[in-house]
Design a protein around this ligand. Structure first.
Ligand SMILES: CC(C)(COP(=O)(O)OP(=O)(O)OC[C@H]1O[C@@H](n2cnc3c(N)ncnc32)[C@H](O)[C@@H]1OP(=O)(O)O)[C@@H](O)C(=O)NCCC(=O)NCCS
Length: 304
């Protein structure tokens, strides 16, 4: 069941069968269905829509919510894998009873779902399919910073395709590691980061950095260094953990790492040293830096 999400004026909670009457009321005005294939003011079609939502069996952190204000159900929303767009991407939808329209409530609900998906779950993007003539919904998407990236035939009609990407605010800008031996660090980190898609970004006599997306990692043999090795059990950085797309890639990297200055940690418990649900390789280089390579779980984090 999806989590309860709250905003200043609203509570979003998982849809249940007990909400059926309230949802029928939300869709009672035929205007609500103007942009849909089905006429949801027809109780039979509306019940079918509710049943389809209740039968949702995708990733449990995604699904269908009702929008409540002061304990009354006033709308419906979803964040779920798209069946219209390829690549297992996540699609949002929102529906607000007309009596509550025009005061930013749908925007507030959708903003909370976006924050939940992009910031809490780490979904790489949220997609919305909107009929061009659905002006209220297009305006809502624009207000929330969706990009209009094209159009296509979806849900039986031409729809604009909108996408909302996470913003950089608060994310890691760079990480700087001071190392006692630049050549060794370059051999171990340079190889590993290169395998993971990072590219060399800056180079100067005492350092080198690699960049992936908006984040770069620096290794520097600073003249101001005060020790010759990194002691990961001392206060400070213990280890760096990096996403790896698949378990097979974690296995491959763990196999190859020995030839590039890394030795395995917790090898007797590979690949579950971090717990039954956690698939990871733990590696340490010659100067005591630990890296954890974590298989990203399939589902909502995946782009395809
Ligand atoms: C799409 C839908 C949810 C939008 O509803 P809405 O009432 O326009 O959206 P909001 O509740 O966010 O209100 C936004 C309006 O309130 C105004 N508003 C007032 N206070 C506001 C606030 N604090 N924040 C944002 N907007 C505010 C906005 O200016 C906007 O009015 P405008 O469209 O005239 O510019 C609604 O039309 C609907 O349910 N339609 C049928 C179902 C549907 O088509 N869903 C979308 C499928 S893609």
């Amino acid at each position: 069941m999806v989590p309860v999400l709250t905003t200043e004026r609203l509570t979003l909670r998982g849809l249940t069968r007990d909400d059926t009457d309230a949802v029928l009321r939300v869709f009672a005005d035929p205007e609500m269905s103007r942009f849909f294939e089905a006429d949801l003011s027809d109780p039979v079609q509306c019940r079918r829509m509710i049943e389809r939502r209740l039968a949702y069996d995708g990733p449990p952190e995604l699904g269908h919510w009702v929008i409540e204000r002061d304990g009354e159900v006033i709308g419906l929303a979803h964040l779920r894998p798209s069946w219209e767009l390829p690549g297992n991407v996540v699609e949002i939808g929102y529906f607000l009873e007309p009596a509550h329209g025009g005061s930013g409530l749908a925007t507030e609900a959708a903003a909370r779902l976006l924050d939940y998906g992009l910031a809490e779950l780490g979904v790489p993007a949220v997609w919305a399919l909107i009929r061009e003539s659905n002006v209220s919904s297009v305006k809502l998407a624009q207000r929330l910073g969706f990009l209009d990236v094209g159009s296509g035939m979806h849900y039986g009609a031409e729809h604009r395709v909108h996408v909302k990407l996470p913003d950089l605010h608060g994310r890691t800008h760079h990480i700087e590691l001071w190392v006692p031996d630049l050549a060794e660090a370059e051999a171990s980190f340079g190889w590993l980061l290169g395998e993971l898609g990072w590219r060399e970004f800056q180079r100067w006599p005492d350092g080198v950095s690699w960049k992936l997306g908006a984040t770069y990692l620096v290794v520097e043999q600073s003249p101001a260094l005060t020790a010759r090795e990194h002691r990961r059990r001392d206060p400070g950085l213990n280890h760096l953990a990096l996403h790896v797309s698949t378990r097979q890639q974690v296995d491959q990297l763990a196999d190859q790492a020995g030839a590039h200055g890394w030795k395995p940690l917790f090898a007797d418990r590979y690949p579950h040293a971090g717990g039954d649900q956690h698939y990871a390789a733990y590696l340490e280089n010659a100067h005591g830096f630990e890296v954890e390579l974590v298989a990203t779980p399939p589902g909502v984090h995946s782009n395809g």
